[in-house]
Design a protein around this ligand. Structure first.
Ligand code: COA
Length: 134
C-alpha cells in the first residue's frame, strides 16, 4: 500500500490521507487495481460503488515515465469490466476542468461531461463530472 500512496503523491495534485487508501481497499477491493512492472507498482485505479447501480472512479494514475503505453486504458478497462459484471449501470468521476489530457482520455473511453462543480478541489479549482452509462 505504501507504493500506491507514494505514487499518488507524485502523480495527483490532491493530497489524500494514507488511511483513505486502506479504507478504499478494505471496503471496495473489487474497485482497486494496480499495474506492475518488474514487481514495481507503476499505476493504480481506485473506484467505489456509490449505490446499487452506480460506481465512481476516485483516482487513476500512471507513473509519469510509464505513460502512453496503454496502461491507463488497461486499468480503466479492467475496472469497467469488473463493475459491469457486478451490474453497475453507470460510472462517474470528477476531473479538473484544465486537465485536458485526462478529459480526452476519458472521452476516448466513453465518458461524457455532464456537469461542473465549482471549487471542488482543495486549491479551489473546478471539476467536471464525467459519466458513462452502460
Ligand atoms: C490520464 C492517465 C491516467 C493516462 O494514462 P496512460 O497510461 O498514459 O494512458 P494510455 O497510455 O492508455 O493513453 C494515453 C495516450 O497514449 C496513447 N498510447 C497508448 N499506447 C500507446 C503506444 N503504445 N504508443 C503510443 N501511444 C500510445 C493513447 O492513444 C493515448 O493517446 P491520446 O492522449 O492522444 O488520447 C495519465 O496521464 C495520468 O496518470 N495522469 C495524471 C493523473 C491524472 O490526471 N489522472 C486522471 C484524473 S484523476
Amino acid at each position: 500500500m505504501f507504493s500506491v500512496v507514494k505514487l499518488a503523491s507524485e502523480t495527483l495534485t490532491e493530497n489524500y490521507s494514507p488511511n483513505l487508501f486502506n479504507h478504499f481497499y478494505e471496503t471496495s477491493p473489487e474497485g482497486f487495481w494496480v499495474a506492475e512492472k518488474l514487481q514495481k507498482i507503476i499505476g493504480f485505479i481506485v473506484g467505489i460503488k456509490t449505490n446499487n447501480d452506480t460506481s465512481r472512479i476516485v483516482m487513476l494514475a500512471i507513473s509519469d515515465k510509464q505513460r502512453k503505453q496503454g496502461l491507463g486504458a488497461a486499468l480503466l478497462k479492467n475496472f469497467i469490466r469488473e463493475m459491469t459484471s457486478q451490474n453497475i449501470k453507470q460510472i462517474e468521476l470528477e476531473v479538473k476542468t484544465d486537465n485536458k489530457k485526462a478529459i480526452n482520455f476519458y472521452n476516448k473511453h466513453g465518458f461524457n461531461i455532464i456537469d461542473t462543480i465549482q471549487r471542488f478541489y482543495q486549491n479551489g479549482e473546478d471539476a467536471y463530472i464525467m459519466r458513462q452509462v452502460f
